[in-house]
Design a protein around this ligand. Structure first.
Ligand code: PGA
Length: 258
């Protein structure tokens, strides 16, 4: 079985001192579970300017925490004011990059084509993309959920060459559930993960899908519902927004996964 992964997406919520406080409190809260932590992978995704600070804090402890960015631009360098490349993220020891989060699709008009370029750039630079897909509420009510998700997965990944040294994470996040406090039922997420898996095995060799691609769930995950998701074989982990901003709550989430 693949190791379950818990990714914290802090979004644009914390100042530097708040990022520091949160990192320290989580690390402290995890000490009692130190021996069991190897069972899961934990990743923090702070905003860009907090990356060096968080990198420093996590590198000073024995608890293994991965580092991820919340966005990236697809070019390596050049005249692209305000953008950050995968190579720059690598300099901060980032291993993961969230690509195509619904907030970026909505507020920054990221298209499937742009997200495809980001996924390719992230893979090319040796990092692991966390590709977000998910339907809006009206699409779900119109019966288009599976279609929308298959389209997003296909557009982002068609033509992508994944080799056996590379990994990919797909985060299924129903847009209408994000930040609502009300997650979908684990059975519903499990079904959608199977739909995604089905598409993936058309795009990539089966063995690669089984070994190198994880499908995780995101959308109002907290300590009260995490177990229901992680108990499902088709759910390889979770992407946590709001509940990752409270140290106690996030530690409880990790504790429930052990
Ligand atoms: P949420 O956010 O856990 O606050 O719903 C998840 C996300 O947007 O990744």
């Amino acid at each position: 079985m693949k190791k379950k992964i818990i990714v914290a997406n802090w979004k644009m919520n914390l100042s530097l001192s708040e990022s520091e406080r949160l990192t320290r409190s989580i690390l402290k809260g995890l000490i009692p579970f130190k021996k069991k932590l190897a069972k899961v992978e934990i990743v923090f995704c702070p905003h860009f300017t907090a990356l060096p600070l968080v990198k420093n804090l996590i590198s000073r402890t024995k608890i293994k925490i991965g580092l991820g960015a919340q966005n990236v631009f697809w070019e390596k360098k050049g005249a692209f004011t305000g953008e950050i490349s995968s190579l720059m993220l690598k300099e901060f020891d980032c291993q993961y990059v969230i690509c195509g989060h619904s907030e970026r699709r909505e507020y920054f008009k990221e298209t499937d084509e742009m997200i495809h370029k980001k996924v390719v750039a992230v893979l090319d630079s040796g990092l692991i993309p966390i590709l977000c897909v998910g339907e809006k509420f009206d699409q779900r009510q119109n019966g288009a959920k599976d279609y929308v998700i298959i389209q997003q997965v296909s557009h982002a990944l068609e033509g992508v060459n994944l080799d056996s040294n590379q990994q990919l994470i797909i985060a299924y996040e129903p847009v209408w559930v994000i930040g609502s406090g009300q997650a979908v039922r684990p059975q519903e997420a499990e079904y959608t993960h199977q739909v995604i898996y089905q598409r993936l095995i058309d795009l990539f060799p089966l063995e690669l899908v089984q070994k190198n691609i994880r499908i995780i769930y995101g959308g109002s995950v907290d300590s009260s519902n995490i177990k229901g998701f992680l108990d499902k074989k088709a759910i390889d982990g979770v992407l946590v927004g709001g509940a990752s901003l409270k140290a106690d709550e996030f530690v409880k989430i990790i504790e429930s996964s052990l």
